[in-house]
Write a protein that binds this ligand. Structure first.
Ligand code: MN
Ligand code: MN
Length: 473
């Protein structure tokens, strides 16, 4: 190598492109990894379905329910069917601090209102009223096939799961958008964020009336909708009032791009981190790592991490207290506090990859690029770093070093240009307990849209990054 080339290599930094620099074995693995991930994405479209998925496989992976008093180094707990903690006790005492990865299992969506059903007097259609959840661009949800996922609790108190629209023989649902011919005043004169109001996001539920010969039935279309629900699920209208029914895009996750190097699917924010973090802890083996590894799957991130299933709740702290006890250690409040303060946390959440259609909102040198590996984001927030955890340089450097040593493809990430907008993750809530925290997850194109795009290189690199954190962090 020429002297000048050596000097440039030594002194300068360039993010590495996975497809250019990874060896063929790693590239093959990244494609294989994506196959199971796509299946997971297609099955798990709500927070409940995601927690159900893990409840079903944790036993098979050797994890024991911490509340069943079984002694094990592999323990878990779920709560309210909406969040979970999965732990693998390391060689060191838990009180020396844990390595925790937190990802969220909720996704922007459209919820069905508590009293949603009516028969529209003008159109004579059965309609469901909705209430969107999280940061959605409303126009994206119009005129696209939707499935209903959720649960209701019947008169007997039984929890009934319901999914309509995912099987190819199922019907799907739609919120019909306005035709362009008549949108001139109603939509085109308005700002994009105002052109569709929440009240426009109503779902056409059914069309045929209930027929009884020689009877004139009031709201026969609505009655027919209830009749169908009752026949199939034993459902009555009052069951809506306590139900949790969500509308999500119908259909499966799939490969994207001519070279199949990307994945298109709903809810990759943040199920890509959920999946890769869980795979990382599942792949650990006894005595291979020092500090106790924990994956925390939280709900409600998209609405601010509030509620008893959100990251601001006591759930994970309480779990760590019980983990200390399960490992035969003291779990008094002082020990618990110190454990948290000695802990290290990856806030595993996606970042916005630079978008070829809108490159100007990003600052190219600091933005995340698809295909260059997992992104490590020192801070999120808005404006002058408002509302963010800003990871300490020392912890940032530690993460950088272990990723480099293990040949993890990674890049730094900033969420858009300064003053362009902003956003946050769970990082700042976790940091309140005194642990070191940094954001770490893959870039996504079209984040919060119905179809988010990721690179197989970055999904695989996230898995490798999380496993490296558990092994070496
Ligand atoms: Mn997220
Ligand atoms: Mn989000």
């Amino acid at each position: 190598m020429k002297k000048i080339e050596e000097l440039i290599k030594k002194l300068t930094y360039d993010r590495r492109n996975f497809w250019e620099k990874a060896d063929s074995k790693e590239i093959k693995k990244s494609f294989e990894f994506a196959e199971d991930y796509k299946e997971f994405l297609s099955i798990c479209k709500t927070e409940r379905e995601t927690i159900d998925y893990y409840e079903n496989i944790l036993g098979k992976k050797g994890f024991k329910d911490i509340d069943k008093q079984e002694s094990s180094t592999k323990l878990y707990r779920t709560s309210h069917n909406k969040n979970a903690a999965i732990a693998y006790i390391g060689k060191k005492p838990v009180a020396d601090g844990v390595n925790l990865i937190v990802a969220h299992v909720d996704t922007p969506r459209v919820d069905i209102k508590q009293n949603p059903l009516y028969e529209d007097g003008t159109t004579k259609l059965g309609i469901l009223k909705t209430h969107y959840y999280g940061g959605v661009k409303k126009y994206q949800w119009m005129s696209t096939p939707l499935a209903i996922h959720g649960i209701f609790i019947n008169e007997k108190g039984e929890v009934i799961k319901l999914t309509i629209g995912e099987d190819e023989n199922d019907p799907v649902f739609i919120m019909p958008d306005l035709l362009p011919h008549l949108a001139r005043k109603e939509q085109y004169t308005k700002k994009i964020g105002e052109a569709i109001s929440a009240a426009n996001m109503k779902v056409v539920f059914n069309c045929m009336p209930y027929i009884e010969e020689d009877e004139k039935i009031k709201e026969a279309v609505k009655l027919n909708a209830l009749y169908f629900l009752n026949q199939k699920y034993g459902f009555i209208e009052e069951d809506f009032l306590s139900a949790e029914l969500q509308l999500v895009p119908a259909g499966k996750a799939r490969d994207a791009g001519l070279d199949r190097s990307m994945i298109l699917g709903y809810g990759q924010d943040d199920r890509v981190c959920t999946y890769t973090a869980a795979e990382a802890i599942f792949d650990l083996i006894d005595n291979d790592f020092e500090r106790t590894a924990i994956v925390y799957l939280a709900d409600k991130e998209e609405t601010g991490s509030d509620g008893n299933t959100g990251a601001k709740s006591i759930f994970i702290i309480d779990f760590i207290a019980d983990l200390l006890k399960a490992n035969g250690e003291s779990n008094d409040s002082n020990t618990l506090r110190k454990t948290l303060m000695k802990s290290q946390i990856l806030s595993a959440d996606v970042n916005a990859a630079i978008n070829p259609n809108y490159p100007t909102v990003h600052e190219k040198q600091n933005a995340v690029h698809l295909g260059y590996g997992v992104s490590v984001t020192k801070y999120t927030g808005a404006g002058g770093k408002g509302g963010t955890n800003d990871a300490n340089a020392e912890f940032s450097a530690k993460i950088k070093t272990i990723f480099n040593d293990e040949n993890v493809f990674w890049q730094t990430g900033a969420l858009g240009k300064v003053d362009e907008g902003g956003g946050g993750t769970i990082a700042k809530f976790m940091a309140e307990h005194g642990a070191e925290v940094i954001d770490c997850g893959p870039g996504v194109l079209g984040m919060h849209s119905l179809y988010e795009l990721t690179s197989k290189a970055d999904v695989y690199s996230s898995y490798k990054a999380y496993k490296t954190f558990f092994l070496k962090g």
